[in-house]
Each structure stands twice: as C-alpha cells, then as structure tokens.
Design a protein around this ligand. Structure first.
Ligand SMILES: NCc1[nH]cc(CCC(=O)O)c1CC(=O)O
Length: 313
C-alpha cells in the first residue's frame, strides 16, 4: 500500500527537456510496479547552470553546475531519485550520491539545423554557427576552419528561437533531446557520428540515488538498461582520465557488438587545430578498463600542456 512515507520523490531540473525525461521515468516506474502518480511525485528545480544561461559554462566554472541544487535536495531526502542527462553529470558525483543506472539509450548523434544549407559542409564561407559545447565548437572548426563559431547557450527551445531570429546561420543539437521534446521536425540533416563524434554519455538518461537507499535502488532496477550501463561506463572512464579541465573539447563513444565493446575517443584544441584520437576494443566485462586505457593512451601522446586552459588557442 502506498502510504505517505512510502512515496518516492523524483527530482530533476526545470528545463522542458529535464521535465520530459523525469516524466518518462515516472511513467516507466508506474508501469513496472503498478503504482499511481501520487506514489512518484515530481519535483523540479532551477540550477545554477540554468540561472547563468547567458555565460559560457567554462567561464562560470565549477563542476556540477547543473546538478548542485538537485544534489542538495537529494542528500537531504527532499527528493529520492534524480533524473539527469548523463552527458551533463560530472565524473565525480556529490558525496553520498551514486548513479544506479541508465535508461535504454536514445540516438547518440548530433544534428545540423539551418535554413541556409543542408549540411555543415554546404554552409557558405564565413557563415555563423552557434553552439555552447566546446566539443561541437572544436569539431566544427576542425571540419570548417572558415566558419565563425559563436557561443549559443540556453535550453533547446531558446537556442532554436535564436536560430529563427537569425542570430546564427546554423546550430547543432543532440538528436536525443529533440526526440524527447518531439521536435525532430526542425532537423535539417544528421551528422555522421564517425566524423562528428558524440559527447560522452550523449543520449543516455542517468538515475541517481543516495548510496545505501535500498528502497530507491530496488524500485528503479527494473527500468534500467544494462547495455547502456556498459557503454556509458566505458565513456565516463575515458572522460575521468582526461578530466583535467571542463575547457577541453572531449568526445567519446562506445558501441556493443555481441560481447565485444568498441570505443572511440577524441580530444581537440578548442580551435580545432590539433586532434588526438584513440580506438580500443575488447570484452564488455572490461568496459571500464577499456575506457580508462583509451584515456591514458591519448594522455600519453598529447603535449603535456594540452589539458591546461592557459594553452587554449
Ligand atoms: N548540454 C545540454 C544537453 N544535455 C543533454 C542534451 C540532449 C539529450 C542527451 O544528449 O541525452 C542537451 C541538449 C543538446 O546537447 O542538444
């Protein structure tokens, strides 16, 4: 029986994408347990990352900008289950919190959105492309050094509105977010994930709990996807090794084929002038080690100053 104290409160950021993701977790948990929505109330909160929407994230600094307020609410038991875009989660979580697992992964690819051209390659010389992600900015410059890349922040809806107002000629967004917001009609073309490598954990929704909260763990287990856990674990291990600074463009993507995992990673100069790449494969049981080894391999080949923001060009 769902008594008052038995409720499990689901928390997330207040952006439309975060809300859509939390609602799908609520639906899945209701289906898995035959619970009503009252059993799983939703709580949304604005985070520092949302508040300072006009500044470059690398400029505001600090890790966990999009999770801090949620972390506090979760640690103090105001919420029990937090729903995050795994891509936005720092490699080290707040004390006492842990990732219990991930929902089945959505499409990992980035998409190109523009009224001026069909693809990134077709954009006229000197066109303006807006993006907030260093990884996207650096890969755009790598492929099209002639383009002007500008900072375009805000949630998905805000960025699309800025494109419509003509503030930029094109932008890139994650397919996953557009699918979840039912906005795939804005997509002009899809970027090939080999040439335009996705962010670590792109397309994956992570669920966190308080360490030791067995009730929350048991409740969430039936909706988690093991394969997503394996690929994201490899990708996050790669990121952890290279995570010297949030100002370094890093991309990483793992795929499973049978009981093998195939990982690709990439680190770039912010201006795209240099790139270091790695490929690793092995047994899925070694996923974490494969991601870590890939990170160490790149780290050993990179100039020692590469992860240092003072050396940005
Ligand atoms: N950084 C914001 C963010 N975090 C997760 C997504 C999309 C959903 C996902 O990748 O799971 C987005 C928007 C975007 O990059 O287009």
């Amino acid at each position: 029986m769902a008594t008052e104290s038995a409720k499990l409160v689901i928390g997330t950021r207040s952006s439309p994408l975060a809300m859509a993701q939390a609602l799908s977790v609520q639906q899945l948990l209701m289906q898995a347990h035959g619970w009503s929505a009252e059993m799983l109330p939703l709580a949304s909160m604005t985070t520092s990352g949302d508040t300072y929407a006009d500044r470059a994230l690398s400029e505001i600094g600090g890790k966990g900008l999009f999770t801090r307020e949620l972390d506090v609410a979760q640690s103090s038991s105001q919420i029990d289950i937090a729903v995050h875009s795994a891509k936005d989660l720092p490699t080290v979580l707040a004390d006492g919190l842990e990732i219990v697992g991930y929902l089945p992964r959505e499409d990992v690819r980035d998409v190109f959105i523009s009224h001026k051209a069909k693809t990134l390659a077709d954009l006229p010389h000197g066109a303006v492309v807006g993006s907030a992600a260093l990884r996207r900015q650096a890969q755009i410059k790598r492929l099209r050094p002639d383009l002007e890349v500008v900072l375009l922040r805000g949630n998905v809806g805000t960025r699309l509105a800025k494109l419509e107002r003509g503030e930029v000629d094109a932008t890139l967004l994650a397919m996953a977010g557009l699918k979840r917001l039912d906005k795939t009609d804005v997509i002009t073309s899809i970027l090939d994930p080999e040439t335009f490598l996705p962010a670590v954990a792109q397309g994956a929704i992570a669920i966190t709990i308080r360490t030791g909260d067995e009730r929350a763990r048991q409740a969430v287990l039936p909706i988690l996807d093991n394969d997503t856990g394996i690929t994201v674990t490899a990708e996050r291990a790669f990121l952890t090794v290279l995570d010297g600074s949030c100002r370094t463009p890093i991309a990483g993507h793992a795929q499973l084929k049978g009981n093998q995992i195939y990982f690709k990673g990439r680190v770039l100069r912010p201006d795209g002038s240099e790139i270091y790449e790695v490929e690793r494969s092995g047994a899925i049981s070694d996923a974490e080690m494969i991601g870590r080894d890939a990170g160490l391999d790149i780290k050993a080949r990179m100039p020692t100053d590469f992860l240092d923001p003072a050396n940005m060009r």
